[in-house]
Structure formats: structure tokens, C-alpha cells
Design a protein around this ligand. Structure first.
Ligand code: ZN
Length: 253
């Protein structure tokens, strides 16, 4: 039986710990201290580090962790990411034995070039591509790539749990509501998110189905969203045009 536990780190990052009773693999250790503390507390043995991409808040803890645990580091090879010992590419299968879990790898560029997602039945670890009711910023590559990566994640079954790397849901929902003021699912999610925040609980993971109902970046055909963009002076003649207008507006929202 596998468990997935959030290890809060830095300002608003989640390092994900995938574990059974004895072994743990961690995803995106942006800093070492909270992981070392987690390992001490649980007595679990670290067996692997998985990277979604090379931003410092995702890899910043690897050097210190590997001074203690000489474990393989999986991820997308990139000249600016010296940590990867086992490079992964599109469509690779990653089989971990302890804990026993198998991932399919998708390349999901658009936030940054060397970004991959780890997909296993029922769950996806997608780093900074999709957030609760939002998406990552376009630092490298094109908005077309980011749009395509999000569309691809949205093809996963609705009940797939999305383990993204930041707690941004409460920050992104007001934008979603501005796009679609009459969407009852967004109103419901705002209420739910407030309750989770009040209880100091993560809003992550969430499901692909909930994202399709509330995330403006996956709702490019919604009449109210299109009307909102039109009233702001962004007539949208294509999906990519709509996506671009949304991402630009969100950057200044
Ligand atoms: Zn990032």
C-alpha cells in the first residue's frame, strides 16, 4: 500500500513523499531540511529523488540530501541541472522497486524547457505546469507548448489526482472567478479552499475533473470566459489566442 505525503517547503512548495512502510521516493526537493526531518520522524529509507524540472525551488535540496543518501536522481537531462543521474525522456517507463511504483514520462514544456510529468494510474506529479485553478508561467519555450502540455494533462482520467508543486489554489481562484463569475463550481471551490486554509490543510492534490470544471486555462470554449475576455479587449479567434490572452491577463491580474 502506497501513501503520498506532502512535505511543505520554502514559501509555498510541496515536496511529495511517495512511500510504503519502509521506503520513500521524493519528488522535487527544493530544500533538504524538511525532507531530512521527515525521514528522521518516519524512519523511512530514501531510495530515489524525482525531479520535474530544474528550477531551484525544486532541486535546491538535492546536493545536501545526496551527501547523506547516495540515491539515484531521475529527471530530464539539461546542462543547467547537474543532479540528474538517470535521465528520462518522453514515453519512458520508470519502474521503482522500493516503493514499488511505475511511472510513464511525459515531456510537458512551456513553463520551462526541461519539464517532465510522472504519471501513474490515478496520479500525476506535474511540477509547475498545472496548479489548482491555474497554470505555470511561461519562462521558456512558447505559450503554444504550455497550452499543449495543459491540454495533454487534461486528457488523463477525471479522477486522476494532480500533485503539483505549489500551494497556489487560493491565489488562482479569484482569477478563475473573474473569468467566469457565474460558474458555481468555482464558487464551490473557493468555499472549500477557504475551509482547507482555515484548517491548515493542503488544497493539493485535486482531480483533473475539478480542474476541467474550474481552471480557466482548461476552459477555453466557455461562453462566459470568452465574453469576459472580449469585454477586456481581447477578442479570441483561436484556442491559442484565448490561452495567450488568459496567461497575459493572469500575469498582471
Ligand atoms: Zn518552476
Amino acid at each position: 500500500m502506497l501513501n503520498i505525503t506532502a512535505i511543505p517547503a520554502l514559501q509555498d512548495n510541496y515536496i511529495w513523499a511517495i512511500h510504503n512502510d519502509t521506503h520513500v521516493a521524493i519528488v522535487d526537493p527544493g530544500e533538504a531540511a524538511p525532507v531530512l526531518d521527515f525521514l528522521r520522524r518516519t524512519g523511512l529509507q530514501l531510495t530515489a529523488i524525482l525531479c520535474t524540472h530544474r528550477h531551484h525551488d525544486h532541486i535546491g535540496g538535492i546536493t545536501e540530501l545526496r551527501e547523506v543518501y547516495n540515491v539515484p536522481v531521475y529527471g530530464c537531462s539539461h546542462p543547467k541541472n547537474p543532479h540528474i543521474t538517470h535521465p528520462l525522456r518522453e514515453n519512458d517507463q520508470l519502474m521503482l522497486t522500493a516503493p514499488a511504483i511505475e511511472f510513464r514520462i511525459w515531456e510537458v514544456p512551456g513553463h520551462i524547457n526541461d519539464h517532465i510529468a510522472y504519471i501513474t494510474p490515478g496520479a500525476v506529479f506535474c511540477g509547475d505546469v498545472m496548479f489548482g485553478a491555474g497554470c505555470g508561467r511561461n519562462f521558456e519555450g512558447t505559450l503554444e507548448q504550455l497550452h499543449h502540455s495543459l491540454q495533454r494533462l487534461a486528457t488523463l482520467p477525471d479522477d486522476t489526482l494532480v500533485y503539483c508543486a505549489h500551494e497556489y489554489t487560493a491565489l488562482d481562484l479569484p482569477f478563475a472567478l473573474a473569468c467566469e463569475p457565474d460558474n458555481p463550481d468555482i464558487a464551490g471551490r473557493i468555499k472549500e479552499t477557504r475551509e482547507l486554509d482555515d484548517a491548515h490543510q493542503p488544497t493539493v492534490p485535486f482531480t483533473i475533473g475539478l480542474e476541467k470544471a474550474t481552471n480557466p486555462f482548461l476552459r477555453l470554449h466557455q461562453p462566459q470566459l470568452l465574453e469576459t475576455l472580449r469585454t477586456h479587449g481581447w477578442p479570441c479567434r483561436s484556442d491559442l489566442g484565448t490561452f495567450t490572452a488568459l496567461r497575459n491577463w493572469r500575469d498582471h491580474f
